[in-house]
Write a protein that binds this ligand. Structure first.
Ligand SMILES: [Zn+2]
Length: 239
């Protein structure tokens, strides 16, 4: 699914029209929200209309429509302002970009190791699971230094759409069985690139430059079976 937030990650508030409504939920002509997926939590935010407002409590993606679930049972029509919670979105962009940086260094250091799972949390932490048979946990822990070097270098983060068959042919582009996004209706896949460091298929929201993230800490490494390691990352507190 091609989302507005993919092309306009900085636009957190739009004036738009309700195109479908039921009590307590709406479909918008244009929506700035990320509805969740690929390990990234759904955005939170508000819907405002003449004479009222409601919190967005979640999303229900069905039949190609993104239903925005509201904390009211009203059936709303007409023009609205839809606004994403900027603090929450920024935390998700920082964590999501951080998971790509970690993933890049694990991929390099452990012979193209694949991601087997990823989940970000609202508290500014994330976990990533990697298929790294026999990995030395100290080598994983040592990746904290290059991760923070990549943040300090303030590397641009770009995206492009390429054909699915081209993407499948480039080694390492489809990095994970669990986080690769489905192709668009015209058979394209979104590639997120941290210039010179990492290129991979992804459908989430990221920073436009790595320097917009605070430092990252590797909080914990857990063994999940012989093959899997779970790395817990956290955003350092901003000074
Ligand atoms: Zn991503």
């Amino acid at each position: 699914m091609h989302l507005f937030c993919h092309d306009h990650p900085e636009t957190l508030s739009v004036e738009t029209d309700i195109v479908d409504a039921q009590p307590g939920k709406v479909v918008l002509a244009q929506s700035p929200f990320y509805p969740g997926g690929g390990g990234q939590l759904a955005d939170t935010g508000v819907l405002r209309w003449a004479g009222g407002e409601a919190k967005i409590t979640g999303f229900d993606v069905s039949g190609g429509k993104v239903w925005h679930l509201l904390d009211t049972s009203l059936e709303i029509a007409g023009k609205v302002e839809a606004a994403v919670d900027p603090t929450f979105r920024q935390t998700m962009r920082q964590l999501h970009t951080g998971t790509h940086i970690l993933n890049a260094f694990v991929f390099q250091a452990f012979d193209g190791a694949l991601v087997t799972g990823v989940q970000m949390a609202a508290d500014g932490t994330a976990r990533m699971d990697f298929d790294v048979p026999g990995a030395d946990n100290d080598r994983l822990r040592a990746l904290e230094a290059p991760i923070n070097d990549a943040i300090k270098q303030n590397i641009p983060v770009n995206f492009v759409y390429i054909g699915m068959s081209v993407a499948q042919a480039e080694h390492g582009l489809i990095r994970s069985r669990s986080v690769a996004p489905p192709p668009t209706p015209d058979g394209k896949v979104r590639i997120v690139e941290i210039v010179g460091l990492d290129r991979q298929a992804c459908g989430g929201t990221h920073l436009s430059s790595t320097g917009d993230s605070p430092a990252l800490r590797i909080l914990k490494i857990e063994n999940k079976g012989r093959h899997n390691r779970r790395v817990r990352l956290g955003l350092a507190e901003n000074p």
